[in-house]
Design a protein around this ligand. Sequence first.
Ligand code: NAD
Length: 305
Amino acid sequence: MLKDSQGKVGFPLPGPDHCLLRGEMLEATRVQELPGRAQGACSRFQNACSMVALVTGSTSGIGWAILKALAVRGHDVMLCGMIHPEGLALLQGELSSLGVRHSFSQHDLRRTSEVEAMIEQTERELGEIDILVNNAGVQHVAPVEELSPEKWDDLLALHLSAAFHTIRMVLPGMKRKGWGRILNVASAHGKVASVHKAAYVAAKHGLVGLTRVVALETARTGVTCNALCPGWVLTPLVQAQIERRQAEEGVSEEAARHDLLAEKQPSLRFVEPEKLAELVLFLCGPGGNSITGAALSVDGGWTAQ
Ligand code: NAD
């Protein structure tokens, strides 16, 4: 139920004055949960609830699942990433069918100026960002002495520096409105290490550290900042590792998948991207109001070992 700071119950019209109530509004966007007389006012109400969400790396895998879930929830979304035109048309078609405002940004987030251009484009085309998900990523596997300085720089720029830049740019608006959600997609590798992933592990540990600092600095502002730490999720990023293992070990794809899971993930099941998206929705709702600075494992037991 919606209540303002004086305890008054109501169904606010869209507008900046109502931003403080946005967290509570989210929960009530499920029409069935609204009291009878409110159901008629629902479309007006949903306009008031709609927020602007940006998910980096949302043209694929985990990012797409999160972006789509936010769009299903009625939020306006900025699709970001590297994708060929036919694939893009499919994703845009799905978003259009959901009836939300959406746009697309293709920027190389290894460069500061490109990160800035992505945020500026989002604000210009959709409005100020309420929900920021830093998710774009790649993997590179090599022993530390064979890891090129260029790969090191690329991975740190994409996984860590890009998140710093998006956060520093969206925070003033979130603080002014008294509400914001920042989700950083880290990894089990934000908590523990594996061989041959020096840059990735360093960047993900750094991202968890950045998450904690931002959470402390925003603790009294209505903004929360959390890290998601998935284990293995079957996306193109992991498929490439399965294929490498298949080639190196001369085994079938099925055997390579099994070995990959058996090495790290006690559940022996891949985490589904949709499950991560459900967690994001929860953190964006009122249930997430007091969860900040957390590094939330969704890893089938990987880091419990
Ligand atoms: P994916 O390959 O399916 O998607 C990666 C996304 O990042 C794509 O949209 C791609 O276009 C974008 N991207 C890549 N390089 C970019 C660049 N230079 N500039 C802008 N965008 C770029 O990968 P995924 O598995 O969905 O991974 C998403 C995030 O989840 C990554 O940060 C990854 O480290 C993390 N993660 C993945 C797993 C897993 O098992 N798949 C586990 C833990 C954490």
